[in-house]
Design a protein around this ligand. Sequence first.
Ligand code: NDP
Length: 329
Amino acid sequence: MNKQILLKQRPKGKPETSDFEIKDFEISEDKALKLKTKYISVDPYLRGRMRDEESYIEPFQVGKPLESMVVSEVISSNSEDFKEGEHVIGMLDWKHEQSHDGKGLRKIDKEMAPLSAYLGVLGLTGLTAHLALDTIGKLKEGETLLVSGAAGAVGSVVGQIGKIKGCRVVGIAGSDEKIDHIQSKFGFDGGINYKTTSNMKEAIAEHCPDGVDVYFDNVGGEILDATLQNINKAARIINCGAISIYNETGTPTGPRPEGILIKKSALMQGFLVRDHQEEFQRAIQELAGWLKSGKLKYDETVVEGFDNTPQAFIDLFDGKNTGKMVVKI
Ligand code: NDP
């Protein structure tokens, strides 16, 4: 028997482990590949897929397995494209083992980088950081880059690319340890613990005395509102994530941004990494180059055990991770 994780019911507000079900199933033998799961990526955006609403990706179905980016080992193969013992990455079900036709899977090399890195710094979160800065941020040397979710998978890479490009980089994160860490390990110039700061507008002004030229927003909500009060003329605001409102049940409201955007001729633009697939190969090469040269470092929070996957996902909303949250099977 094999195990899988299903969506038992759609979460109301913050997800709970009771929204998920771990269930045995019999693996089908009708597809070319049999895969054994090695690492599962848990990501904040999966919360959006748990809602029954139209989005850029189809919602999860109640009673069906969840899926995310997964690294697996090929344990048997009738395909010419994949050999037993090779490792692959793709959008795969949360299952211990599964059969698969091979479509959409990409081979990865564990000699090049640890397998889990393909889910983070060399995967979608690293690509998100790099490509959103490229397409919207357009950093110039000497500018001030502010990033929220700064100790997370995307944010920590954003800050380091900012330093590579010669910017002053300030991060926002949820604990003093994280603020120390982004400065000592990743070279950020400053940081703000939003959980202990009563006036974010003033704190941002203090840490960004020349104003904010680029804001890389991973969290949305009140931190975005406070940042908008500090932007410079021709600032670029990248709406990458909005984790602070993912669990809201109503329609979030807040200060209206249009007045500031007009006054500052600023750009505020949403970003979806999946819209930039033609750039992935180039961006991965660049990220890998920075990694090799030591200009780019990364963190992972590795949770052990398949059954702990739902809890690892929930823990993202409590900031229990530093860097990429992955589950090791
Ligand atoms: P992270 O590794 O940053 O993990 C999430 C972090 O969010 C937590 O560690 C926590 O850190 C912080 N957080 C949780 N709740 C709140 C809150 N209420 N207010 C402020 N911060 C909060 O995740 P990722 O790097 O994978 O993703 C970062 C963002 O980017 C997410 O919003 C995600 O959805 C988005 N994303 C978007 C993509 C796109 O294509 N648009 C692709 C990939 C990710 P702390 O301790 O600091 O609170």
